[in-house]
Every structure is written in C-alpha cells, then in structure tokens.
Ligand binder design. Structure first.
Ligand code: TXA
Ligand code: MG
Length: 348
C-alpha cells in the first residue's frame, strides 16, 4: 500500500514530516519532492533499505545512488579525504542542484555506490526534502523516483504512475521547480569532471573549477559505464523521440515534412515545441505541447519531463523536438533529449 500525503511545499506540516521520517527510520521507502525532481528515499546506512530502492525502481545494482544530507556535519560522516575545494562549492551551491562524487567512508554500505569507493552527495534546497532528512536524522539515499529508464518524475502523480504499490509513502509537495536532475561532478579524480549536466550550469562551476572537464559519454548498455546515468537508453518515452538539430528554419521544414509523411503512413504524431515555433505547426496533423519560451530555457527544463510523459499518455507513436541552445541549463536539456532519443539525433 502506498500512502499519499499532500503538504505545503514551503512550510511542510511537522506531523506529516515526522510520520515520513518514522517510515524512513523503519527501513522503508518514502518518495519526496526536491527542487530538481522527486526522489525515492531510504536510509542510506541500512543495506536492506537500500536494496528496497533498487527493487522498487527495477534498477540494476550497477547504478549507484545519490545520498542526500541536511548539513555539512553529515558530509564529514559519510566521506573521507574531502578535497580542499568542497567548502567553497558548498558555500556557493548548497543547498541546491549540485551532486559531488567524493571518497566514501565505511559508514555508507557499498551497495549505495554500486561497489565503487566513492559516494555521490548533495544537500537539496527544497523545504520538504530538507525537513525530512533533518527529522529522520539520517543520510537519505534517493535516486529519481521513476521506474528504471523512464523520464524522471516532476510531480507526485508521476511517482504514483510509476511506483504505486512499490513505495510506502509519497509526499506531494507540488511540481518541482527545476525539473531536471542535479549536476553530478566527480571530485575523486583529477581533473574534476562533470558526469551529468543538470540544474547547475557548467559555466557556473567553471568559475570555481577552471579545469573542470566535460565530455558527453553516451554509452550503449553493452559497454561498462563509468557513471551509469550516462546510459543511452534513459528517460525513454514509449514513443520514439526524434531530436532534430540544425538551423532553425531548416529543422522546422524537416519536421513539417516528416509529420506529413508519417501521418500518411498512419502514425500518430506529437510535437514538443517552444512558444516561438508553435505557429509554424498550425494545421498539421500532430498533437503539440508547449515547452515554454526558447528565451527562457529554465522554463523549458521545468516542463520537459512532464510534457514527454503527457505525449506518451496521449498515445503518440513518435514525438519531434527541435534542439535548442546548449549553453547554461540548455546543456542539461540537450543531454536529456539525446538520451530520450536513444542517441538518434537527426542533423539537417
Ligand atoms: O537531482 C537529482 O540528482 C535527483 C534528486 C532526487 O536528488 N536524483 C537523481 O538520482 O537524479 P539518480 O539516481 O536518478 O541519478 C544519480 C546519478 C546517476 O547518473 C549515477 O550514475 C550518478 O548519479 N552517481 C551516483 N553515485 C555515483 C558515484 N559514486 N560515482 C559516479 N556516479 C555516481
Ligand atoms: Mg534517475
């Protein structure tokens, strides 16, 4: 049975938080909102609780989890050999959408980190997440609260759709604000490396870590992956997602022609479009969902996963997306779209 509790995202009711904390301390699962996406939480110090996360998600044991903490004292408990840059990064970016991969202390079970000698850590900003971790008095392991390889959940309803009956409690704190997962930075090697672009831009990180390294690694499932979140089949909709890249007008023309062709072939078609492009698709036999303005990529990021899920639910066979600028939060948007497209990017 999954208990669903709605609470005030800004000032969560203490009684609800206390109840959720009790469930976590008993080794069970609580899904909760963070500022990025909803997380599927369990006691990070309890191997049996951690095991439940993998089971509920259907996640391979080779994919490590992020540990969520409320303050820097907990960081000292769960890591060793902290690099000198950490206090500075923590001061500027925590709480917030930054995850640091650090050396793991013996307190954290190996299963949390898929056997690696590192642990990924972040301090979330969302008041519900923060209150819950504090009330539990524990570091909380929490991957995104979706079934493995599905788009990450940005509402409690998404969590429910994926995990009803598999999680003990869902805390509903409304839609998440960033809508894309945290930026994962590996500080355990040299140079520091971005393993996953996310809610914090690489440009912002570069101001503090000038030599930070980022190479997109869109590995296929067969190859062993240094950060399993880099698996290509990830965030996958049921429908085929077609990401089209190139000069705007050429891309729009291409998509329009493809819609006509596929419609003639009997397909049901969806479009994820920025406001600036909507008029271009008027009158075409396709269901269009708006992502927000291209001039406000943060807004596009907020809506992306929810719109992909909506089009899937509408039962389309394929969905078209035009690639946008890859700077700032745009890099994370591009990354999620490439994965959702399973690497098939059409260049026109
Ligand atoms: O915003 C977020 O990060 C959300 C919310 C719930 O905090 N969580 C999230 O978790 O996205 P998950 O499990 O879906 O993604 C964790 C990512 C994966 O790409 C994983 O491979 C990477 O972090 N990761 C975790 N531990 C790691 C480690 N020790 N070394 C390298 N990568 C690690
Ligand atoms: Mg995930």
């Amino acid at each position: 049975m999954t208990q669903l509790i709605t609470l005030d995202p800004q000032q969560p009711e203490p009684a609800a938080i206390a109840l959720a904390a009790t469930i976590l301390r008993a080794g069970k699962l609580v899904a909760f909102p963070t500022e990025t996406v909803y997380g599927l939480g369990a006691n990070a110090l309890d191997p049996l609780a951690v095991e439940r996360i993998y089971k509920a998600k259907g996640r391979p044991a080779s994919d490590p989890l992020i540990v969520h903490i409320a303050d820097l004292d907990q960081l000292d408990m769960i890591t060793i050999d902290l690099p000198a840059i950490v206090p500075l990064l923590a001061r500027y970016f925590w709480p917030g959408p930054l995850t640091l991969v650090l050396r793991r202390s013996a307190l954290i079970p190996a299963s949390v980190s898929a056997g690696l000698d590192t642990v990924a850590v972040r301090i979330p900003r969302h008041p519900v997440a923060h209150a819950l971790i504090e009330a539990a008095g524990l570091p909380i392991a929490a991957p995104s609260a979706n079934r493995f390889a599905r788009p990450s959940p940005t509402t409690a309803q998404h969590v429910y759709d994926d995990l009803a009956g598999r999680v003990d409690m869902i805390l509903d704190g409304g839609p998440t604000t960033i809508g894309l997962e945290s930026t994962v930075v590996d500080l355990s090697g040299d140079p520091p490396a971005v393993l996953r672009p996310g809610g914090l831009s690489v440009e912002a990180l570069r101001r503090f870590i000038p030599n930070i390294h980022f190479t997109p690694r869109y590995t296929t499932p067969e190859k062993a992956s240094p950060s399993p979140g880099t698996l290509l089949k990830h965030y996958s909709p049921d429908a085929e997602l077609i990401l089209v890249s190139g000069m705007r007008t050429a891309v729009l023309e291409y998509i329009r022609a493809e819609i006509v062709r596929r419609h003639t072939a009997g397909q049901r078609i969806g479009i994820l479009a920025v406001d600036e492009d909507r008029a271009f698709f008027d009158g075409l036999p396709a269901q269009l969902l708006a992502l927000g303005s291209e001039g406000n990529l943060a807004q596009v990021g907020t809506h992306l996963f929810a719109r992909i899920r909506e089009l899937d639910q509408a039962g389309v066979d394929c969905m078209f997306v035009r690639s946008l600028e890859q700077t700032g939060i745009g890099l994370a948007i591009w990354d999620r779209l490439v994965r959702a497209a399973e690497g098939r990017v059409v260049e026109v």
